[in-house]
Design a protein around this ligand. Structure first.
Ligand SMILES: [Zn+2]
Length: 177
């Protein structure tokens, strides 16, 4: 999605709330995103990409480069609160900015975390890809969204069907969580 001029979600001079987020105000900015109430701009952009009209429970919209005013869809990702808190605990602002600027690569940054597959999955996410995945699954539903948000779990050997076969074959079931 591309917005020109005042229709751009990053257009300067728009209202911001006390948390520093830009606010979409219906009718006030010369753009119509289809929302009747005032809404955080990053939520509005994410909702349009994801095909939803409200924030799913226990989820947050994350600014990937930690700039609360950068509401480009590629800069936003929908996370569970759980993943969102974890990511910010793993990485301070500077590493996330460095990653988005291409100063550190995905594998290197992921390896600095205490769960590299989880970090690698989360760092790659953005609402454009997430929306595309949802559409490929037939659109938004709670279970489709759960698949999109929980994709990294397939990297967990305990959730991997082949690993399960090996665990059973070796009679290691006492080690299965
Ligand atoms: Zn965040």
């Amino acid at each position: 999605m591309y917005f020109a001029g005042v229709g751009n979600p990053n257009y300067r001079g728009r209202n911001t709330d006390t948390d520093g987020y830009r606010i979409y105000v219906p009718g006030a900015s010369g753009i119509d995103l289809g929302f009747r109430k005032s809404i955080k701009m990053h939520h509005a952009v994410a909702f349009i990409e994801l095909g939803i009209t409200s924030l799913p429970k226990a989820t947050h919209v994350h600014h990937r480069d930690c700039d609360a005013l950068n509401n480009d869809a590629e800069n936003l990702a929908l996370f569970t609160e759980w993943d969102h808190k974890w990511l910010h605990k793993q990485f301070g602002v500077a590493p996330l900015i460095a990653f988005m600027r291409g100063n550190v690569d995905l594998m290197t940054l992921s390896r600095w975390s205490d769960d590299p597959p989880r970090a690698e999955f989360l760092l790659k996410q953005n609402v454009v890809d997430q929306g595309r995945e949802l559409r490929e699954m037939g659109g938004y539903s709670e279970s489709n969204l759960e698949s999109v948000l929980m994709g990294y779990r397939w990297h967990d050997p305990f959730d991997n069907p082949m690993a399960q076969i090996i665990i059973r074959a070796l009679n290691l079931s006492e080690f299965v969580k």
